[in-house]
Ligand binder design. Structure first.
Ligand code: SF4
Ligand code: SF4
Length: 208
């Protein structure tokens, strides 16, 4: 009879008073992510990295806005959002008690403006993200002209950029000729030999 009592005294308290007393959490314990909306540039890196899709981006092309959305009820405190955020504006806290009476209270949103393309006028990216990229390029530019050019390039949407590149390539070909010379007869012979060799090897492999 004394043996269990002795054992209990040796082990001490095996349980805690939680939830009647605060729970002591070890160093590095993970909890709910805290989002600093002022420094967020709505780049969507966290939404792409979030495994359970707790973070999502909702684009409103008509209204010209992009909404950052989080559902804490889905969050698994993995910390991927914190790892990928370029501005370090999302960080895991140690808060883990997320129980609410209304599940809508687990959601949070922030809305940001979209950037219009300077050529076609369509919205194409978060305005804050474009400005952030512009600041980085400006710091790396060697002179004012280069910085201005970088800003101009950033204000154009990918579709207009592709069109401009294609137009420039065509104009170059029209004025200075095709930069890709025609293959010589020797190069054509070599290419044919190589193609025959590849065909023979494929047939050989197919037999096995
Ligand atoms: S901690 Fe993980 S699950 Fe939670 S929001 Fe960040 S990436 Fe998503
Ligand atoms: S990665 Fe950071 S800056 Fe980008 S949308 Fe998420 S919280 Fe905002």
């Amino acid at each position: 009879m004394f043996k269990p009592i002795k054992e209990m005294m040796r082990v001490g308290n095996a349980t805690t008073k939680y939830p009647f007393a605060p729970l002591e959490r070890p160093e590095g314990a993970r909890g709910k992510p805290e989002h600093d909306s002022a420094n967020c540039i709505a780049c969507a890196a966290c939404a792409v990295a979030c495994p359970p899709n707790a973070i999502q981006m909702v684009v409103d092309p008509k209204g010209g806005t992009i909404m950052w959305f989080i559902n804490y009820g889905r969050c698994i405190f993995c910390g991927r959002c914190e790892e990928v955020c370029p501005t370090k504006c999302i960080k895991l806290s140690r808060e883990f008690e997320l129980a609410v009476m209304d599940k809508n209270d687990l959601e949070e949103t922030c809305t940001y403006p979209l950037q219009k393309c300077s050529q076609c006028g369509k919205y194409f990216a978060s305005a804050k993200e474009v400005a952030y990229a512009g600041d980085i390029l400006e710091q790396q530019a060697e002179n004012d002209e280069e910085a201005k050019r970088a800003r101009e390039l950033l204000s154009v949407c990918p579709t207009c950029k592709q069109k401009a590149d294609a137009y420039r390539a065509k104009r170059r070909v029209d004025t200075v000729g095709d930069p890709t010379p025609d293959p010589t007869p020797e190069q054509m012979d070599e290419a044919r030999k190589q193609a025959d060799k590849n065909k023979a090897e494929r047939r050989k492999e197919a037999r096995f």
